[in-house]
Design a protein around this ligand. Structure first.
Ligand SMILES: Cc1ncc(COP(=O)(O)O)c(C=O)c1O
Length: 419
């Protein structure tokens, strides 16, 4: 679904109540209250999630699917229950919901399993200029291995995907379109349902990198029309070490395993090995059990807030960020103007000051942001910069924190003799 701010309901709790659920937000950094604006890198965790991990370790810890003792049965029920919760959140079947380590691994799974068995010499893969390295490097590798070619769909001057240019690339008959749902640099929300229709009409499959969309948007796989969709729990207020790959069942059924070992086989004979049914076929070895259980709690928490309301809150926050940052002299903003296709991820360049220096001075103010190429070097090249500073908001950020970011930027200009 592509939500709009106008139809979105309000959050069921006040901002103060939501903030109070995050213990870390009460801490100080460099003598100042923490203003955490590095959510695009990883989000903070609500107490409910922290406690669910603690509860798992204290009372249910055992390996899954193997034992017949009580703890193992409990752990298995919790792990498979977590899968059911996540599958429901995605509008997917449990067999289409594969637990992996992160979004990066989810995309690598598709590249190596689907890519190696379906790509051949001369095939084409469309990427976009706004992709994170996670949705570039695996395709580069598998394309080199199979003799396939990569095409790059450009962005326009405002940082939106150029759909006309994409349509032209689709005329070349690619096998696959790989696209981010939300750009981790520009904050652009791509119209995935429309892109999926375009890809399918051209006979291509679509792989969506949902790493930044997971914490921001309602995700319904049939509505989006994604063939593969990757999310990562730690950016969604959940634990590190867990990602989810959604894949359409017909596709996953045909694909060979990615990682071989325990749990993913039906039978191992000396000269014949057969695979377990979905989803186990793609989950070799001991999975991230506690992380999955903690993530299920996160998903329940997010669903209670309602992702339409979370999105509307972030669209409003992004508007405030863009307005306030626009007042800072010498500041160049990247990405589209405020609106429902703009998440609260704002990258900028401050004339005369390197992004790392900006970030360091902001840290003295207790404001946490990110500086660098954000694992999007082709995009940096397209924007004509080596690095940007990125402030990325979450559902718990306040206007006051954005105002402190802006104060810090004025201070950085003074420190560098510019203000
Ligand atoms: C758009 C995007 N894709 C993929 C990733 C990779 O996520 P992970 O490191 O959790 O695999 C990130 C993380 O920054 C991202 O922003």
């Amino acid at each position: 679904m592509e939500p709009t701010a106008t139809t979105a309901p309000a959050l069921p709790r006040s901002l103060e109540e939501i903030r109070a659920e995050f213990p870390i937000l009460a801490r100080e950094v460099n003598g100042r209250p923490l203003a955490y604006l590095d959510n695009g890198a990883t989000a903070q965790k609500p107490l409910r999630v922290i406690e669910s991990l603690d509860r798992f370790w204290r009372t249910h810890n055992a390996n899954v699917h193997r034992g017949v003792h009580t703890l193992s049965e409990e752990a298995t029920a919790l792990y498979e229950g977590a899968r059911q919760t996540v599958a429901a959140h995605l509008g997917a079947d449990r067999r289409e919901t594969i637990f992996v380590r992160n979004a990066t691994e989810a995309i690598n799974l598709v590249a190596y399993s689907w890519g190696r068995s379906n790509l051949a010499e001369g095939d084409r893969i469309v990427l976009t200029e706004m992709e994170h390295h996670s949705n570039i490097v695996p395709w580069y590798q598998v394309a080199r291995e199979r003799g396939a070619a990569l095409d790059w769909a450009p962005i326009d001057a405002e940082g939106r995907l150029d759909l006309t240019a994409l349509a032209e690339l689709l005329e070349r008959g690619p096998k696959l379109v790989c696209v981010a749902h939300v750009s981790n640099v520009l904050g652009t929300v791509n119209p995935i349902a429309e892109i999926a229709r375009m890809a399918h009409d051209a006979g291509a499959l679509i792989v969506v990198d949902g790493a930044q969309a997971g914490p921001k948007l309602p995700l319904d796989m049939p509505e989006l029309g994604a063939d593969f969709y990757a999310i990562t729990a730690h950016k969604m207020y959940g634990p590190t070490g867990l990602g989810v790959l959604f894949g359409r069942r017909e596709l996953l059924d045909e694909m060979p395993p990615f990682i071989g070992g325990g749990s993913m086989i039906r039978k191992v004979e000396r000269d014949l090995i057969t695979w377990a049914a979905l989803p186990a076929k793609f989950e070799g070895g001991t999975p991230p059990i506690a992380e999955a259980v903690g993530f299920a709690e996160t998903v329940r928490w997010l669903d209670e807030l309602g992702l339409d309301a979370v999105h509307a809150t972030e669209v409003e926050l992004a508007g405030h960020m863009l307005e306030r940052l626009g007042d800072v002299p010498g500041l160049r903003l990247f990405g589209p103007p405020a609106g429902s296709d703009r998440g609260a991820i704002v990258s900028f360049e401050l004339e005369g000051i390197h992004a790392h220096d900006v970030s360091e001075i902001l840290d003295r103010h207790g404001v946490a942001v990110r500086a660098g190429h954000h694992c999007a070097q082709p995009l940096m090249e397209r924007l004509g910069v080596a690095a940007t500073t990125r402030a990325s908001g979450a559902v718990y950020n306040t206007h006051g924190e954005i105002d402190r970011l802006v104060e810090g930027l004025h201070d950085a200009r003074r420190v560098f003799g510019l203000g």
